[in-house]
Design a protein around this ligand. Structure first.
Ligand code: ADP
Ligand code: ASP
Ligand code: MG
Length: 416
């Protein structure tokens, strides 16, 4: 007997028919003698629908109320799944994040999990029940409902698995694993049997939304065996076959089976770039520019400072596109006058494309191959950033898909 956490995403929970299939699949695992905890997302489109309603009423809805609203999508899902399981004779119970409770900090819309109480869940499991817990949400110390950021049910699932010391966390989704790049952009992308934890972390942080980055961090911190697999197969396929399908996140570098130098191409469409020109080049300048942006809870990504001319320099950084207006306002209204900068310009139509692979450590020439490929396509690189296992470039958003396809081909990642 093992304790296994299943996570089902929005598409997997997308209709009552799909929810019945999820119930059959979960029942199959339970019938095989395992203890099962299920963490579902809201039905596909529901979170967007709810957020859209708030936007119809107010341009700047209060984040606390946003979380109150957005968390309801998952509450409906857990109840429907419990009803589906009960209707096929299974003993199942559903809980919201605050019933467990899953305690988070108070950063509405991007809260971080601080602790999970396993007592109630363990008691139910030991009584033979299937336990269903809402993804995406928790509660802060004061009892306010919080949510974990878009795609946050992945994180709920891995965090619940870690708290329960589960044997495995299975992330069921609408693709049958992690691919060399998003298979919706490159049709001959190849599925990876395994991906190292570090590569998955880079891919998630660089925009591959197949897993939310914090879920990968949890998997790494707790060494939780985590597998990405399809929820759209026949729910009654043999359990042994299903258990080996998809992509396993591996923690052993030596078991990296696909020996390619580059493992995958990640991209993030929704980036924005801000340049502040003519700032005095003196100690503390980066802090004075980026401090107020960080204080507004905006994550700055790429940063470039030019060499100075006559004691003045230009400073450029990128932020998620959703934070562009807020960041521009901070720089324009506060930082520019206080530093006496000459000018602020922005571009919110840029995207980031990255090549990722642990094999880069032992290979030279990856960057030049990447830059050559982009130049052959006539794509201008605006910013570059690198780490040991990734190279990212910022480009005009209209060339993003072209860049991804060209790089996927240039690095030989397509199916055999
Ligand atoms: P869920 O609702 O199950 O959480 P998501 O839409 O959040 O599903 O994530 C799955 C999607 O991630 C896929 O449909 C695919 O388009 C996208 N994706 C992006 N990069 C990759 C990748 N490298 N491998 C597989 N899927 C990817
Ligand atoms: N329902 C939430 C979202 O759409 C969480 C998730 O699907 O993981 O972002
Ligand atoms: Mg997701």
């Amino acid at each position: 007997m093992a304790l296994i956490v299943h996570k089902y995403g929005g598409t997997s929970m997308g209709s009552t028919e799909r929810i019945k299939n999820v119930a059959r699949r979960v029942a199959k695992w339970h019938d095989a003698g395992h203890q099962i905890v299920v963490v579902p997302s809201a039905m596909s489109g529901e979170t967007n629908r709810l957020l859209g309603l708030a936007k119809e009423i107010s341009g700047q809805p209060d984040p606390r109320e946003i979380d109150m609203l957005a968390s309801t999508g998952e509450q409906a899902s857990v109840a429907l799944l419990a009803i589906a399981l009960q209707s096929i004779g299974k003993d199942a119970v559903s809980y919201t994040g605050w019933q467990v409770p899953i305690v988070t900090d108070s950063a509405y819309t991007k809260a971080r999990i601080q602790s999970i109480d396993d007592a109630k869940v363990k008691k139910d499991l030991n009584a033979g029940r299937i336990v269903i817990i809402t993804g995406f949400q928790g509660m802060d110390d004061a009892g306010n409902i919080t949510t974990l950021g878009r795609g946050g049910s992945d994180t709920s699932a891995v965090a619940v698995a870690a708290a329960l010391k589960a044997d495995e966390c299975l992330i069921y989704t609408d693709v049958d694993g992690v691919y060399t790049t998003d298979p919706r952009v490159v049709s001959d992308a190849r599925r990876l049997k395994t991906v190292t934890f570090e590569e998955m972390l880079e891919m998630a942080s660089l925009g591959s939304k197949v897993l939310q980055i914090r879920s990968v961090e949890f998997a790494g911190n707790y060494r939780m065996p985590t597998r990405v697999l399809s929820s759209l197969t026949d729910p009654m396929i043999p359990l042994e076959e299903e258990a080996q399908s998809g992509t396993l996140i591996s923690f052993e570098e030596d078991t990296h089976m696909e020996q390619a130098t580059i493992t995958g191409i990640a991209f993030s469409r929704d980036e924005a770039k801000i340049t502040i020109r003519g700032v005095p080049d003196k100690p503390g300048i980066a802090f004075q520019i980026l401090g107020p942006v960080a204080e507004a809870n905006v994550e700055v990504d790429m940063i470039i400072q030019n060499i100075s001319v006559d004691g003045k320099t230009d400073f450029t950084f990128t932020v998620p596109r959703g934070d562009y207006d807020k960041s521009m306002k901070i720089i324009d209204d506060g930082v520019k006058p206080s530093l006496g900068a000459s000018d602020v310009v922005g571009d919110n139509k840029v995207s980031k494309v990255s090549v990722v692979g642990v094999g880069m450590r032992s290979h030279v020439g990856i960057a030049s191959q990447m830059f050559r490929t982009l130049s052959e396509e006539g794509i201008n690189i605006q910013m570059i950033s690198t780490s040991e296992i990734k190279i990212s470039v910022l480009i005009d958003e209209k060339y993003m898909e072209l860049a991804v396809r060209a790089l996927h081909k240039a690095f030989g990642l397509e199916k055999d």
